[in-house]
Design a protein around this ligand. Sequence first.
Ligand SMILES: CC(C)(COP(=O)(O)OP(=O)(O)OC[C@H]1O[C@@H](n2cnc3c(N)ncnc32)[C@H](O)[C@@H]1OP(=O)(O)O)[C@@H](O)C(=O)NCCC(=O)NCCS
Length: 203
Amino acid sequence: MAASAHLQVHGPTLTLRFPAAADAPALLQLASDPAVTRWFSWGPYTSLDQPLGYIERQEQRRTDGVQLDLLVVHREAGPVGVIGLSELSVRDRRAMIGTWLGRQWWGTGVNAEAKALVFHLGFSWCGLVRIGAYSDVANARSRTALSKVGLLHEGILRGWHRHGVEQKDVNVHGLLREDWLTSRLHDVPVRVEGAVPPAFVVG
Ligand SMILES: CC(C)(COP(=O)(O)OP(=O)(O)OC[C@H]1O[C@@H](n2cnc3c(N)ncnc32)[C@H](O)[C@@H]1OP(=O)(O)O)[C@@H](O)C(=O)NCCC(=O)NCCS
């Protein structure tokens, strides 16, 4: 079994872990809501083979340093969404964060805790010095949510994201390690079990 086969990041109410085939029905249910996938180039899910295909691709993507996606699992309720790192630059020690949660979990504090866990993983375990994020310029909820967890709005990237036949403008947001160290989210208790996939360890 590869060293990266086991990774769990525990917080007060959530655990982040790699998604497995058995999670496909939960992902189908959560991401079959068009409100959840409205800003993405994929979805909404309409059949089980879609989340299954996504889950099957993850191990290779982790190994290749392309994507480190983690299922957000609520202690009592089970899977509630996905959070992950992508666009890793080993040389510049940075990556981008992305999150989606089932509609019933919006506004519940899950986003802030999940972000706190990935910031800890990214800055303390992967060795990143910058975590960035994109939001569609019309996705005001996401822009506000990112600013609430400490990412600064840094500007607009024009024609950045292809969504269907449209080439869309996106906001770019960023958080530096030094700012995370003094932020509220740094105080969230985190326990990491297992190992980060080696391709995602940059420092
Ligand atoms: C983005 C996402 C993860 C954020 O999680 P969340 O739980 O909804 O975020 P929060 O509730 O903590 O923060 C959202 C804030 O935006 C505010 N908000 C909602 N609609 C808004 C609007 N139209 N304009 C400005 N602010 C808005 C909310 O009131 C809240 O602020 P408050 O806590 O001060 O009231 C979640 O909404 C989601 O999964 N959305 C679908 C997928 C998605 O868009 N992902 C991001 C891609 S960039």
